[in-house]
Design a protein around this ligand. Structure first.
Ligand code: OFO
Length: 171
């Protein structure tokens, strides 16, 4: 059974994962407006991944004897200035989420909640991947600048991203 403090912290993270999904859906709409279908697709998959993160945590809270709670989701921005700006917004957000997951683990350690410490390992690893993926794209976009042909090639590559595996609470 999780402690009330742990439950509160996990419920707050569920809200952040929902916001992540909201943010990425908004960025996908922005990419649609820019006429970059590959980027739109990439962010739509990113949105789907965030829903999986949220669902994993939501299910875990209940499996561990807690009460899963849903709170109001903040409105995400709709304009990111450029496709590079959109990916930089994603990079900044993922760094924030990494800090937040690390803080959750600190709470689990302080609460001597070993099951939640194990559960959070999946998220710790996932954040390394999330940050690495977006960094690679940001670096490439910076490299190509305004080169239309190169941007089209990046867009095409991003259109090949595969959908995520379905959610399971078990790690
Ligand atoms: Fe849920 O990892 Fe991104 O935000």
């Amino acid at each position: 059974m999780i402690t009330k403090r742990m439950e509160k912290a996990l419920n707050a993270q569920i809200n952040k994962e929902f916001y992540s999904a909201y943010l990425y859906l908004s960025i996908s709409a922005y990419c649609n407006k820019l006429g970059m279908p590959g980027c739109e697709h990439w962010f739509r998959i990113q949105h789907d991944e965030e829903i999986i993160h949220m669902t994993k945590m939501f299910d875990y809270v209940m499996q561990h004897g807690g009460e899963a709670r849903l709170f109001k989701i903040d409105e995400p921005p709709a304009d990111f200035g450029s496709v590079l700006g959109a990916f930089e917004a994603s990079q900044k957000h993922e760094r924030f989420i990494t800090e937040s997951i690390n803080e959750l683990l600190n709470v689990a350690v302080e609460e001597k909640d070993h099951a939640t410490q194990v559960f959070l390992q999946w998220f710790i690893t996932e954040q390394v991947e999330e940050e690495a993926n977006v960094k690679e794209i940001v670096d490439r976009l910076k490299m190509v600048g305004d080169n239309g042909g190169a941007l089209m090639m990046i867009d095409d590559k991003l259109s090949q991203r595969s959908p995520p595996a379905p959610a399971t609470a078990n790690v």
